[in-house]
Design a protein. Sequence first.
Length: 606
Amino acid sequence: MSLTDAIGTASAPSAVSSAVPAGLPTADEAVAHTLLNCLLRELSGPEHQTAVADGHLLLWLPRRGVLLRAALRRTSLLGAHRFTGPVREQRDGGWAEVGWRRLAAYVQDELALRTDVRNEEFLEQIASSHQAVSAALAVRADRPATDTAVGDGDGLAAYLESEQSLVFGHRFHPTPKARTGDTASWLAYAPETGASFPLRHLAVREHLIAQETAAEGAAQALDRLRADVPEGYRLLPAHPWQYEMLRDHPGLRAAFDRGDILDLGVGGKPFAATASVRTLYDGDTFLKFSLNIRITNCLRKNASYELSGAVALTRLLAPVLSDLETRFPGTAMLREPAYRSIALPGPDGAPDRSLLEGFGVIVREGLLSRLMPGTTPLLAAAVADEYPTGPGHISRLLGDASAQTAAEWWTAYLKLLVPPVLAAYFDHGLVLEPHLQNVVVCVDQEGMPAQVLFRDLEGTKLVPEQHADLLAALPAEVADPMTYDAQRGWDRVVYCLLVNHIAEMLAALADLHPQSEAALWAQVRSTLQAYADRHGCPPRLAALLAGVPLPAKANLLTRWERKADRDAGYVRLASPLTEDVLSQVLRHHADDDRDLDHARDTRSAR
Protein backbone atom coordinates (compact mmCIF):
# COMPACT_ATOMS: atom_id res chain seq x y z
CA MET A 1 0.00 0.00 0.00
CA SER A 2 1.28 3.48 -0.86
CA LEU A 3 1.33 6.52 1.39
CA THR A 4 -1.58 8.06 -0.53
CA ASP A 5 -3.71 4.97 -0.02
CA ALA A 6 -3.08 5.04 3.72
CA ILE A 7 -3.84 8.68 4.38
CA GLY A 8 -7.62 8.75 4.11
CA THR A 9 -9.07 11.99 5.38
CA ALA A 10 -6.18 14.10 6.67
CA SER A 11 -6.61 15.98 9.88
CA ALA A 12 -4.31 17.57 12.39
CA PRO A 13 -4.30 16.48 16.02
CA SER A 14 -7.10 18.02 18.00
CA ALA A 15 -6.28 21.23 19.82
CA VAL A 16 -5.02 20.81 23.38
CA SER A 17 -4.32 23.29 26.14
CA SER A 18 -0.80 21.92 26.67
CA ALA A 19 1.45 19.50 24.81
CA VAL A 20 3.99 19.10 27.60
CA PRO A 21 4.64 15.35 28.03
CA ALA A 22 3.31 13.73 31.17
CA GLY A 23 6.63 12.02 31.85
CA LEU A 24 9.89 10.93 30.31
CA PRO A 25 9.93 8.48 27.41
CA THR A 26 11.61 5.10 27.65
CA ALA A 27 14.99 4.70 25.99
CA ASP A 28 13.26 2.65 23.27
CA GLU A 29 10.79 5.46 22.54
CA ALA A 30 13.46 8.19 22.66
CA VAL A 31 15.68 6.41 20.14
CA ALA A 32 12.76 5.61 17.85
CA HIS A 33 11.44 9.18 17.93
CA THR A 34 14.90 10.55 17.16
CA LEU A 35 15.20 8.28 14.14
CA LEU A 36 11.76 9.46 12.97
CA ASN A 37 12.90 13.08 13.33
CA CYS A 38 15.91 12.37 11.15
CA LEU A 39 13.87 10.56 8.51
CA LEU A 40 11.31 13.33 8.45
CA ARG A 41 13.90 16.08 8.07
CA GLU A 42 16.41 14.49 5.71
CA LEU A 43 14.83 11.65 3.73
CA SER A 44 11.06 11.17 3.63
CA GLY A 45 10.20 14.83 4.21
CA PRO A 46 12.25 16.31 1.34
CA GLU A 47 10.95 13.53 -0.93
CA HIS A 48 7.32 14.33 0.04
CA GLN A 49 6.72 10.90 1.52
CA THR A 50 5.00 12.04 4.73
CA ALA A 51 1.56 13.15 5.82
CA VAL A 52 -0.36 14.00 8.98
CA ALA A 53 -3.60 12.05 9.26
CA ASP A 54 -5.96 11.45 12.17
CA GLY A 55 -3.51 12.66 14.79
CA HIS A 56 -0.62 10.59 13.44
CA LEU A 57 2.42 11.12 11.28
CA LEU A 58 2.57 8.73 8.36
CA LEU A 59 6.03 8.23 6.90
CA TRP A 60 6.80 6.11 3.86
CA LEU A 61 10.22 4.60 3.08
CA PRO A 62 9.78 4.20 -0.67
CA ARG A 63 12.91 2.14 -1.39
CA ARG A 64 12.45 -0.21 1.53
CA GLY A 65 8.67 -0.33 1.05
CA VAL A 66 7.71 0.34 4.67
CA LEU A 67 4.94 2.57 5.97
CA LEU A 68 5.48 3.91 9.50
CA ARG A 69 3.05 5.64 11.83
CA ALA A 70 3.47 7.52 15.12
CA ALA A 71 0.98 9.38 17.28
CA LEU A 72 1.46 13.13 17.61
CA ARG A 73 1.29 15.30 20.70
CA ARG A 74 1.59 18.39 18.55
CA THR A 75 2.34 19.33 14.97
CA SER A 76 4.92 21.94 14.01
CA LEU A 77 5.03 24.63 11.32
CA LEU A 78 8.67 23.67 10.71
CA GLY A 79 7.83 19.96 10.50
CA ALA A 80 9.54 19.26 13.84
CA HIS A 81 6.55 17.42 15.26
CA ARG A 82 6.24 16.02 18.79
CA PHE A 83 5.70 12.26 18.97
CA THR A 84 4.27 10.11 21.72
CA GLY A 85 4.22 6.37 22.27
CA PRO A 86 5.64 3.62 20.07
CA VAL A 87 6.31 3.71 16.34
CA ARG A 88 4.22 1.27 14.33
CA GLU A 89 4.47 -0.21 10.85
CA GLN A 90 1.73 -1.37 8.54
CA ARG A 91 1.77 -5.14 8.56
CA ASP A 92 -0.82 -7.77 7.62
CA GLY A 93 -3.58 -5.21 7.20
CA GLY A 94 -3.01 -3.61 10.62
CA TRP A 95 -0.50 -1.58 12.60
CA ALA A 96 2.17 -3.51 14.49
CA GLU A 97 4.62 -1.95 16.92
CA VAL A 98 8.15 -1.74 15.53
CA GLY A 99 10.99 -1.73 18.04
CA TRP A 100 13.92 0.64 17.81
CA ARG A 101 16.27 -2.05 16.49
CA ARG A 102 13.94 -2.96 13.64
CA LEU A 103 13.35 0.72 12.88
CA ALA A 104 17.11 1.33 12.84
CA ALA A 105 17.51 -1.53 10.37
CA TYR A 106 14.83 0.02 8.13
CA VAL A 107 16.69 3.34 8.22
CA GLN A 108 19.94 1.59 7.38
CA ASP A 109 18.33 -0.17 4.40
CA GLU A 110 16.71 3.01 3.10
CA LEU A 111 19.99 4.92 3.34
CA ALA A 112 21.97 2.20 1.62
CA LEU A 113 19.46 2.00 -1.24
CA ARG A 114 19.32 5.78 -1.58
CA THR A 115 23.04 6.57 -1.42
CA ASP A 116 24.79 3.39 -2.61
CA VAL A 117 26.96 3.81 0.48
CA ARG A 118 27.45 1.14 3.13
CA ASN A 119 28.06 1.88 6.78
CA GLU A 120 28.69 -1.21 8.87
CA GLU A 121 29.02 0.77 12.13
CA PHE A 122 25.71 2.61 11.89
CA LEU A 123 23.56 0.13 13.83
CA GLU A 124 26.29 -0.29 16.43
CA GLN A 125 26.35 3.47 17.02
CA ILE A 126 22.57 3.61 17.44
CA ALA A 127 22.84 0.75 19.94
CA SER A 128 25.55 2.69 21.79
CA SER A 129 23.31 5.74 21.97
CA HIS A 130 20.43 3.60 23.25
CA GLN A 131 22.68 2.09 25.91
CA ALA A 132 23.77 5.54 27.09
CA VAL A 133 20.17 6.79 27.32
CA SER A 134 19.15 3.64 29.21
CA ALA A 135 22.04 4.06 31.65
CA ALA A 136 21.26 7.74 32.23
CA LEU A 137 17.59 7.01 32.89
CA ALA A 138 18.55 4.25 35.32
CA VAL A 139 20.90 6.58 37.21
CA ARG A 140 18.19 9.25 37.40
CA ALA A 141 15.71 6.71 38.74
CA ASP A 142 18.12 5.67 41.51
CA ARG A 143 19.32 9.18 42.40
CA PRO A 144 17.42 11.16 45.05
CA ALA A 145 15.34 13.93 43.52
CA THR A 146 16.67 17.45 44.00
CA ASP A 147 14.56 20.48 44.72
CA THR A 148 16.91 22.99 43.14
CA ALA A 149 14.95 25.84 41.61
CA VAL A 150 15.89 29.00 39.77
CA GLY A 151 15.86 31.92 42.17
CA ASP A 152 16.57 29.90 45.32
CA GLY A 153 19.96 31.56 45.74
CA ASP A 154 22.13 28.66 44.53
CA GLY A 155 22.78 29.68 40.95
CA LEU A 156 25.78 27.38 40.53
CA ALA A 157 23.76 24.31 41.52
CA ALA A 158 20.95 25.22 39.10
CA TYR A 159 23.48 25.87 36.34
CA LEU A 160 25.30 22.56 36.79
CA GLU A 161 22.00 20.68 36.94
CA SER A 162 21.04 22.28 33.62
CA GLU A 163 24.36 21.20 32.08
CA GLN A 164 23.87 17.64 33.33
CA SER A 165 20.18 17.25 32.49
CA LEU A 166 20.41 16.42 28.77
CA VAL A 167 19.45 12.77 29.01
CA PHE A 168 18.32 12.34 25.39
CA GLY A 169 20.56 14.70 23.44
CA HIS A 170 20.09 16.27 20.03
CA ARG A 171 16.70 15.14 18.72
CA PHE A 172 17.75 15.52 15.06
CA HIS A 173 20.89 13.38 15.32
CA PRO A 174 20.57 9.61 14.76
CA THR A 175 23.12 8.74 17.48
CA PRO A 176 23.06 11.69 19.90
CA LYS A 177 24.48 9.78 22.86
CA ALA A 178 26.81 7.36 21.07
CA ARG A 179 30.32 7.14 22.46
CA THR A 180 33.19 4.70 22.38
CA GLY A 181 34.79 3.32 25.51
CA ASP A 182 33.47 0.94 28.14
CA THR A 183 30.23 1.74 29.93
CA ALA A 184 31.79 1.73 33.41
CA SER A 185 34.28 4.45 32.47
CA TRP A 186 31.62 6.51 30.77
CA LEU A 187 29.30 6.39 33.78
CA ALA A 188 32.06 7.72 36.04
CA TYR A 189 32.61 10.83 33.91
CA ALA A 190 29.28 11.47 32.17
CA PRO A 191 27.30 14.65 32.78
CA GLU A 192 24.04 12.68 32.61
CA THR A 193 25.06 10.79 35.75
CA GLY A 194 25.90 13.99 37.64
CA ALA A 195 29.62 13.23 37.48
CA SER A 196 31.99 15.42 39.50
CA PHE A 197 35.58 14.39 40.22
CA PRO A 198 39.10 15.68 40.94
CA LEU A 199 41.66 15.97 38.16
CA ARG A 200 44.89 14.08 37.59
CA HIS A 201 47.84 16.38 38.20
CA LEU A 202 51.10 16.09 36.29
CA ALA A 203 54.24 18.17 36.88
CA VAL A 204 56.09 18.79 33.61
CA ARG A 205 59.57 20.28 33.27
CA GLU A 206 59.19 23.85 32.12
CA HIS A 207 61.14 23.36 28.88
CA LEU A 208 58.71 20.59 27.87
CA ILE A 209 55.59 22.71 28.35
CA ALA A 210 53.68 23.81 25.22
CA GLN A 211 51.65 26.92 25.99
CA GLU A 212 50.16 29.99 24.37
CA THR A 213 48.36 32.83 26.10
CA ALA A 214 46.35 35.79 24.87
CA ALA A 215 47.51 37.99 27.76
CA GLU A 216 49.97 37.87 30.61
CA GLY A 217 48.73 35.71 33.46
CA ALA A 218 46.07 33.99 31.37
CA ALA A 219 47.33 30.54 32.41
CA GLN A 220 47.22 31.24 36.14
CA ALA A 221 43.92 29.38 36.33
CA LEU A 222 45.98 26.21 35.79
CA ASP A 223 48.85 27.08 38.15
CA ARG A 224 46.59 27.80 41.10
CA LEU A 225 45.03 24.33 41.00
CA ARG A 226 47.95 23.02 43.06
CA ALA A 227 50.58 24.76 45.19
CA ASP A 228 53.12 21.97 45.75
CA VAL A 229 54.54 21.70 42.21
CA PRO A 230 58.35 21.23 42.42
CA GLU A 231 60.58 24.06 41.26
CA GLY A 232 61.43 23.87 37.58
CA TYR A 233 58.13 22.17 36.75
CA ARG A 234 54.71 23.46 35.69
CA LEU A 235 51.37 21.93 36.57
CA LEU A 236 49.42 20.19 33.81
CA PRO A 237 45.96 18.99 34.86
CA ALA A 238 44.60 16.00 32.97
CA HIS A 239 41.15 14.52 32.63
CA PRO A 240 41.34 11.23 34.60
CA TRP A 241 39.66 9.29 31.78
CA GLN A 242 42.11 10.64 29.21
CA TYR A 243 45.04 9.89 31.50
CA GLU A 244 43.95 6.27 31.78
CA MET A 245 43.86 6.01 27.99
CA LEU A 246 47.32 7.57 27.50
CA ARG A 247 49.22 6.40 30.56
CA ASP A 248 50.93 3.52 28.71
CA HIS A 249 52.15 5.66 25.80
CA PRO A 250 55.87 4.74 25.39
CA GLY A 251 57.01 8.36 25.19
CA LEU A 252 55.08 9.26 28.32
CA ARG A 253 56.41 6.25 30.23
CA ALA A 254 59.96 7.16 29.26
CA ALA A 255 59.39 10.75 30.43
CA PHE A 256 58.16 9.42 33.79
CA ASP A 257 61.25 7.22 34.08
CA ARG A 258 63.57 10.17 33.35
CA GLY A 259 61.76 12.41 35.81
CA ASP A 260 60.76 14.87 33.07
CA ILE A 261 57.15 14.35 34.10
CA LEU A 262 55.98 13.60 37.62
CA ASP A 263 52.64 12.03 38.47
CA LEU A 264 51.31 14.02 41.43
CA GLY A 265 48.18 11.89 41.59
CA VAL A 266 44.52 12.81 41.74
CA GLY A 267 43.53 15.72 43.90
CA GLY A 268 42.30 19.23 44.31
CA LYS A 269 38.86 20.72 43.94
CA PRO A 270 36.34 18.52 42.06
CA PHE A 271 35.30 19.53 38.56
CA ALA A 272 31.83 18.79 37.21
CA ALA A 273 31.22 17.41 33.74
CA THR A 274 29.24 19.78 31.51
CA ALA A 275 27.05 18.83 28.55
CA SER A 276 30.00 18.45 26.16
CA VAL A 277 31.46 15.71 28.45
CA ARG A 278 35.09 16.87 28.05
CA THR A 279 34.60 20.44 29.26
CA LEU A 280 34.67 20.57 33.06
CA TYR A 281 33.76 23.36 35.50
CA ASP A 282 34.72 24.01 39.11
CA GLY A 283 32.68 27.19 39.57
CA ASP A 284 35.66 29.39 38.70
CA THR A 285 37.08 28.20 35.37
CA PHE A 286 36.07 25.95 32.49
CA LEU A 287 38.76 23.53 31.31
CA LYS A 288 38.28 21.94 27.90
CA PHE A 289 40.22 18.69 27.74
CA SER A 290 40.95 16.25 24.99
CA LEU A 291 39.23 12.88 25.14
CA ASN A 292 40.24 10.06 22.84
CA ILE A 293 36.58 9.10 22.80
CA ARG A 294 34.27 9.33 19.84
CA ILE A 295 31.12 11.15 20.88
CA THR A 296 28.33 11.38 18.25
CA ASN A 297 30.41 12.10 15.12
CA CYS A 298 33.89 12.99 16.24
CA LEU A 299 36.89 12.00 18.27
CA ARG A 300 36.82 14.70 20.94
CA LYS A 301 40.44 15.73 20.81
CA ASN A 302 41.89 19.23 20.87
CA ALA A 303 43.81 19.30 17.60
CA SER A 304 46.97 21.41 17.66
CA TYR A 305 45.41 24.00 15.36
CA GLU A 306 42.39 24.22 17.68
CA LEU A 307 44.62 24.83 20.68
CA SER A 308 46.42 27.69 18.92
CA GLY A 309 43.25 28.90 17.22
CA ALA A 310 41.32 29.39 20.47
CA VAL A 311 44.03 31.62 21.90
CA ALA A 312 44.52 33.47 18.61
CA LEU A 313 40.81 34.23 18.30
CA THR A 314 40.64 35.42 21.91
CA ARG A 315 43.51 37.84 21.25
CA LEU A 316 42.63 39.02 17.76
CA LEU A 317 38.87 39.32 18.24
CA ALA A 318 39.09 41.36 21.43
CA PRO A 319 38.03 44.62 19.65
CA VAL A 320 35.18 42.86 17.82
CA LEU A 321 33.81 41.19 20.93
CA SER A 322 34.13 44.43 22.89
CA ASP A 323 32.16 46.25 20.19
CA LEU A 324 29.36 43.67 20.23
CA GLU A 325 29.13 43.72 24.01
CA THR A 326 28.98 47.52 24.03
CA ARG A 327 26.37 47.78 21.30
CA PHE A 328 24.22 44.95 22.62
CA PRO A 329 24.06 45.03 26.41
CA GLY A 330 23.22 41.65 27.86
CA THR A 331 25.56 39.90 25.42
CA ALA A 332 28.99 38.43 26.16
CA MET A 333 31.38 35.79 24.85
CA LEU A 334 33.40 33.55 27.15
CA ARG A 335 37.01 33.91 26.00
CA GLU A 336 39.59 31.13 25.80
CA PRO A 337 42.81 32.93 26.72
CA ALA A 338 45.27 30.06 27.19
CA TYR A 339 46.15 26.47 26.50
CA ARG A 340 48.79 24.19 27.94
CA SER A 341 50.12 20.77 26.98
CA ILE A 342 53.23 18.57 26.75
CA ALA A 343 55.85 19.06 24.03
CA LEU A 344 57.75 15.79 24.33
CA PRO A 345 60.01 15.24 21.31
CA GLY A 346 59.09 12.30 19.13
CA PRO A 347 61.44 10.20 16.96
CA ASP A 348 61.74 13.04 14.42
CA GLY A 349 62.56 15.63 17.08
CA ALA A 350 59.22 17.42 16.71
CA PRO A 351 56.72 17.33 19.59
CA ASP A 352 54.86 14.03 19.70
CA ARG A 353 51.45 15.03 18.30
CA SER A 354 49.50 12.29 20.07
CA LEU A 355 50.69 13.63 23.43
CA LEU A 356 50.55 17.31 22.49
CA GLU A 357 46.94 16.98 21.40
CA GLY A 358 46.00 14.26 23.87
CA PHE A 359 46.99 16.31 26.91
CA GLY A 360 46.07 19.71 25.48
CA VAL A 361 43.78 21.66 27.79
CA ILE A 362 42.10 24.95 26.87
CA VAL A 363 41.31 27.49 29.58
CA ARG A 364 37.91 29.13 29.19
CA GLU A 365 36.67 32.00 31.30
CA GLY A 366 34.28 31.10 34.08
CA LEU A 367 30.75 32.42 34.23
CA LEU A 368 31.46 34.89 37.02
CA SER A 369 33.79 36.88 34.77
CA ARG A 370 30.84 37.85 32.55
CA LEU A 371 27.67 37.05 34.50
CA MET A 372 25.24 39.87 35.21
CA PRO A 373 24.67 40.25 38.97
CA GLY A 374 21.45 38.77 40.32
CA THR A 375 20.98 36.33 37.43
CA THR A 376 21.03 32.54 37.25
CA PRO A 377 22.86 30.96 34.29
CA LEU A 378 21.20 28.03 32.52
CA LEU A 379 22.27 26.02 29.50
CA ALA A 380 19.94 26.98 26.66
CA ALA A 381 19.67 23.33 25.54
CA ALA A 382 18.24 22.45 28.96
CA VAL A 383 15.73 25.30 28.87
CA ALA A 384 14.57 24.18 25.41
CA ASP A 385 14.65 20.42 25.97
CA GLU A 386 11.64 18.50 24.72
CA TYR A 387 11.30 16.92 28.14
CA PRO A 388 11.48 18.72 31.52
CA THR A 389 14.60 16.98 32.85
CA GLY A 390 16.12 19.83 34.86
CA PRO A 391 15.33 22.88 37.01
CA GLY A 392 15.94 25.30 34.17
CA HIS A 393 13.37 23.85 31.76
CA ILE A 394 11.01 26.42 30.29
CA SER A 395 8.05 24.72 31.96
CA ARG A 396 9.76 25.29 35.32
CA LEU A 397 10.63 28.91 34.51
CA LEU A 398 7.14 29.82 33.34
CA GLY A 399 5.00 27.32 35.23
CA ASP A 400 1.33 27.96 34.47
CA ALA A 401 1.98 31.46 33.12
CA SER A 402 -0.39 32.78 30.46
CA ALA A 403 0.31 32.83 26.75
CA GLN A 404 0.86 36.58 27.06
CA THR A 405 3.57 36.10 29.69
CA ALA A 406 5.19 33.42 27.51
CA ALA A 407 5.15 35.88 24.59
CA GLU A 408 6.83 38.53 26.76
CA TRP A 409 9.50 36.01 27.79
CA TRP A 410 10.05 35.16 24.12
CA THR A 411 10.33 38.78 23.04
CA ALA A 412 12.94 39.45 25.71
CA TYR A 413 14.88 36.34 24.73
CA LEU A 414 14.94 37.13 21.02
CA LYS A 415 16.11 40.71 21.63
CA LEU A 416 19.10 39.38 23.54
CA LEU A 417 19.98 36.51 21.21
CA VAL A 418 19.39 37.61 17.63
CA PRO A 419 20.91 41.10 17.07
CA PRO A 420 24.49 40.34 18.21
CA VAL A 421 24.67 37.19 16.08
CA LEU A 422 23.55 39.11 12.99
CA ALA A 423 25.87 42.03 13.72
CA ALA A 424 28.81 39.67 14.21
CA TYR A 425 28.27 38.28 10.71
CA PHE A 426 27.24 41.36 8.75
CA ASP A 427 29.44 43.96 10.46
CA HIS A 428 32.49 41.91 11.38
CA GLY A 429 32.56 38.82 9.17
CA LEU A 430 32.41 36.73 12.35
CA VAL A 431 30.48 33.45 12.21
CA LEU A 432 29.22 32.65 15.69
CA GLU A 433 27.84 29.19 16.33
CA PRO A 434 24.91 29.88 18.67
CA HIS A 435 23.42 26.41 18.80
CA LEU A 436 21.67 25.37 21.99
CA GLN A 437 24.73 23.84 23.63
CA ASN A 438 26.87 26.93 22.94
CA VAL A 439 24.60 29.45 24.65
CA VAL A 440 23.98 30.08 28.34
CA VAL A 441 20.85 32.11 29.10
CA CYS A 442 20.90 34.06 32.35
CA VAL A 443 17.52 34.71 33.94
CA ASP A 444 16.47 37.06 36.72
CA GLN A 445 14.61 36.16 39.91
CA GLU A 446 11.32 35.94 37.98
CA GLY A 447 12.84 33.64 35.37
CA MET A 448 12.89 36.32 32.65
CA PRO A 449 15.87 36.44 30.24
CA ALA A 450 18.40 39.11 31.21
CA GLN A 451 21.60 38.06 29.44
CA VAL A 452 22.99 35.54 26.95
CA LEU A 453 26.54 34.20 27.03
CA PHE A 454 28.11 32.62 23.94
CA ARG A 455 30.86 30.04 24.31
CA ASP A 456 33.18 27.64 22.47
CA LEU A 457 35.55 29.33 20.05
CA GLU A 458 36.11 26.02 18.25
CA GLY A 459 32.94 26.67 16.25
CA THR A 460 33.59 30.39 15.76
CA LYS A 461 34.84 31.14 12.24
CA LEU A 462 35.93 34.12 10.16
CA VAL A 463 34.83 35.16 6.68
CA PRO A 464 38.26 35.39 4.98
CA GLU A 465 37.44 38.37 2.76
CA GLN A 466 36.96 40.53 5.86
CA HIS A 467 39.97 39.24 7.79
CA ALA A 468 42.69 38.77 5.19
CA ASP A 469 45.43 40.58 7.14
CA LEU A 470 44.59 38.86 10.41
CA LEU A 471 44.60 35.42 8.80
CA ALA A 472 47.82 36.11 6.89
CA ALA A 473 49.61 36.66 10.19
CA LEU A 474 48.77 33.13 11.39
CA PRO A 475 50.29 29.82 10.30
CA ALA A 476 48.25 28.31 7.49
CA GLU A 477 47.47 25.19 9.55
CA VAL A 478 45.84 27.45 12.16
CA ALA A 479 44.23 29.99 9.83
CA ASP A 480 42.63 27.66 7.29
CA PRO A 481 40.33 25.74 9.72
CA MET A 482 39.35 29.09 11.23
CA THR A 483 37.40 30.22 8.14
CA TYR A 484 34.14 29.71 6.26
CA ASP A 485 33.40 31.38 2.97
CA ALA A 486 30.58 33.92 3.15
CA GLN A 487 27.79 31.58 1.99
CA ARG A 488 28.82 28.62 4.11
CA GLY A 489 29.22 30.95 7.06
CA TRP A 490 25.71 32.32 6.54
CA ASP A 491 24.25 28.82 6.30
CA ARG A 492 25.97 27.99 9.57
CA VAL A 493 24.65 31.12 11.28
CA VAL A 494 21.08 30.55 10.08
CA TYR A 495 21.13 26.87 10.95
CA CYS A 496 22.55 27.35 14.45
CA LEU A 497 20.50 30.45 15.25
CA LEU A 498 17.12 29.70 13.68
CA VAL A 499 16.83 25.94 13.16
CA ASN A 500 18.87 24.47 15.99
CA HIS A 501 18.26 27.14 18.60
CA ILE A 502 15.26 29.40 18.04
CA ALA A 503 13.05 26.69 16.54
CA GLU A 504 13.72 24.35 19.46
CA MET A 505 13.21 27.02 22.13
CA LEU A 506 10.03 28.06 20.34
CA ALA A 507 8.88 24.43 20.27
CA ALA A 508 9.27 24.19 24.05
CA LEU A 509 7.19 27.35 24.47
CA ALA A 510 4.59 26.06 22.02
CA ASP A 511 4.28 22.88 24.08
CA LEU A 512 3.01 25.10 26.90
CA HIS A 513 0.63 27.01 24.61
CA PRO A 514 0.07 25.03 21.38
CA GLN A 515 -2.17 27.66 19.79
CA SER A 516 0.63 30.24 20.06
CA GLU A 517 3.14 28.69 17.65
CA ALA A 518 2.37 30.99 14.71
CA ALA A 519 2.44 34.03 16.98
CA LEU A 520 5.82 32.96 18.34
CA TRP A 521 7.20 32.66 14.81
CA ALA A 522 5.71 36.08 14.03
CA GLN A 523 7.80 37.46 16.92
CA VAL A 524 10.91 35.90 15.37
CA ARG A 525 10.12 37.59 12.08
CA SER A 526 9.46 40.88 13.87
CA THR A 527 12.85 40.67 15.61
CA LEU A 528 14.63 40.04 12.30
CA GLN A 529 12.69 42.87 10.65
CA ALA A 530 13.54 45.26 13.49
CA TYR A 531 17.23 44.50 13.02
CA ALA A 532 16.92 45.03 9.27
CA ASP A 533 15.13 48.35 9.77
CA ARG A 534 17.72 49.62 12.24
CA HIS A 535 20.96 48.25 10.82
CA GLY A 536 20.28 47.88 7.12
CA CYS A 537 18.89 44.93 5.25
CA PRO A 538 21.65 43.11 3.34
CA PRO A 539 20.49 40.72 0.61
CA ARG A 540 20.93 37.56 2.68
CA LEU A 541 18.74 38.96 5.47
CA ALA A 542 16.20 40.21 2.92
CA ALA A 543 15.97 36.68 1.52
CA LEU A 544 15.47 35.28 5.01
CA LEU A 545 12.61 37.69 5.62
CA ALA A 546 11.13 36.79 2.23
CA GLY A 547 10.83 33.20 3.40
CA VAL A 548 13.58 31.37 1.51
CA PRO A 549 14.06 27.78 2.76
CA LEU A 550 16.11 27.41 5.94
CA PRO A 551 19.29 25.30 6.03
CA ALA A 552 19.19 22.38 8.46
CA LYS A 553 22.34 20.39 9.10
CA ALA A 554 22.00 16.89 7.67
CA ASN A 555 23.15 14.94 10.72
CA LEU A 556 21.75 11.61 9.52
CA LEU A 557 23.40 11.77 6.08
CA THR A 558 26.62 13.14 7.53
CA ARG A 559 26.83 10.29 10.03
CA TRP A 560 25.87 7.72 7.39
CA GLU A 561 28.52 8.91 4.94
CA ARG A 562 31.06 9.34 7.76
CA LYS A 563 31.90 12.92 6.85
CA ALA A 564 33.71 15.35 9.10
CA ASP A 565 31.40 17.78 10.84
CA ARG A 566 32.96 20.66 8.91
CA ASP A 567 31.90 18.98 5.65
CA ALA A 568 28.31 18.36 6.73
CA GLY A 569 25.70 19.24 4.13
CA TYR A 570 22.33 20.91 4.62
CA VAL A 571 18.77 20.07 3.72
CA ARG A 572 16.36 22.93 3.11
CA LEU A 573 13.23 23.38 5.20
CA ALA A 574 10.16 25.36 4.22
CA SER A 575 10.39 28.58 6.21
CA PRO A 576 7.76 29.47 8.81
CA LEU A 577 8.88 33.10 8.49
CA THR A 578 6.95 33.80 5.30
CA GLU A 579 4.59 36.66 6.04
CA ASP A 580 1.70 35.23 4.01
CA VAL A 581 1.91 31.85 5.73
CA LEU A 582 2.03 33.40 9.19
CA SER A 583 -0.91 35.65 8.39
CA GLN A 584 -2.99 32.70 7.20
CA VAL A 585 -2.17 30.61 10.27
CA LEU A 586 -2.85 33.49 12.64
CA ARG A 587 -6.20 34.18 10.93
CA HIS A 588 -7.05 30.48 11.20
CA HIS A 589 -6.33 30.53 14.94
CA ALA A 590 -8.33 33.75 15.32
CA ASP A 591 -11.30 32.09 13.59
CA ASP A 592 -10.94 29.07 15.91
CA ASP A 593 -10.91 31.40 18.92
CA ARG A 594 -14.03 33.25 17.70
CA ASP A 595 -15.81 29.94 17.12
CA LEU A 596 -14.84 28.85 20.63
CA ASP A 597 -16.05 32.15 22.11
CA HIS A 598 -19.34 31.80 20.21
CA ALA A 599 -19.76 28.25 21.52
CA ARG A 600 -19.12 29.43 25.08
CA ASP A 601 -21.63 32.30 24.65
CA THR A 602 -24.21 29.89 23.31
CA ARG A 603 -23.72 27.49 26.23
CA SER A 604 -23.95 30.40 28.68
CA ALA A 605 -27.20 31.61 27.11
CA ARG A 606 -28.65 28.16 27.54
